[in-house]
Design a protein around this ligand. Structure first.
Ligand SMILES: [Ca+2]
Length: 246
């Protein structure tokens, strides 16, 4: 090959080579709307892909360790500078690991067969709020009183502090904050009417304000006792249920 023809090859090859090189890449950012959430709560993940290269890129795969294969939800092609943002809702499950970490992996390619990959992680601290509540008649006070005495016991059996409000508990300051494992014991008096003394207590528990979650666990309990020395009746109503208020 002569020196001249070698130069000609170089002149042809260099522009073709320059075309095949894209600079920049893609960036994936994953966010979640809360840092902590109880089981049953619907969290919102946002996944944002930006094409920071100077070439169009084409989606190959978008896979999330919790949300699954998300490829179909994203644009198949992202021009240079384009942004693709999607929201996904996920309800925290009882069996989810705590903390719940999920990783999204995005894979794109370009016209020249180069791969572009990026990944991001979002983490949610899974909360397990729960409590128990009982009210029991301790007996009828001796005359001249006509009251029966009851003991209310509330126990925070979950892994997060709860702020309680009660109805039917005169004399109990509110709100009552109980940390995990803490137990509240309170004595209540109820007058005897028609041979029975009864108390009805409603308990509502909310997460501390710092979580920013409008969530309430609530239930009610009831107990009665006979004022004539007959066997004590025990009743309760309600099961602890969680309400999510938007
Ligand atoms: Ca946790």
């Amino acid at each position: 090959m002569s020196r001249l023809s070698c130069l000609a090859v170089l002149l042809i090859a260099v522009p073709a080579c320059a075309l095949a090189q894209c600079t920049g890449g893609i960036a994936v950012v994953k966010d979640v709307n809360v840092t902590a959430a109880p089981v049953g709560y619907e969290v919102v993940y946002t996944i944002q892909v930006s094409n920071n290269s100077d070439c169009s890129v084409y989606l190959v795969d978008m896979d999330d360790s919790v949300l699954g294969d998300l490829t179909e939800f994203f644009e198949p092609e992202l021009p240079p500078g384009a942004l693709d943002v999607r929201e996904f809702h996920y309800t925290i499950q009882a069996g989810d690991p705590d903390p719940l970490e999920n990783t999204v992996i995005a894979l794109y390619t370009d016209d020249f067969g180069s791969d572009y990959m990026d990944t991001d992680i979002a983490t949610v601290d899974v909360l397990h709020p729960s409590f128990t509540i009982t009210v029991d008649c301790l007996g009828v006070l001796p005359p001249p009183s006509t009251d029966a005495e009851f003991e209310l016991v509330v126990s925070n059996t979950g892994d997060v502090a709860l702020n309680f409000v009660f109805m039917g508990c005169p004399g109990l300051p509110e709100p009552q904050r109980l940390v995990p494992g803490e137990v509240l014991v309170h004595t209540l008096l109820a007058p005897c009417y028609g041979g029975e003394a009864c108390v009805y207590v409603y308990a509502g528990a909310t997460l501390p304000p710092g979580y920013g979650l409008d969530f309430i666990l609530e239930t009610g309990v009831q107990d009665c006792c006979s004022c004539e020395g007959a066997p004590v009746e025990e009743e309760s109503w309600g099961t602890i249920k969680a309400l999510y208020r938007s």
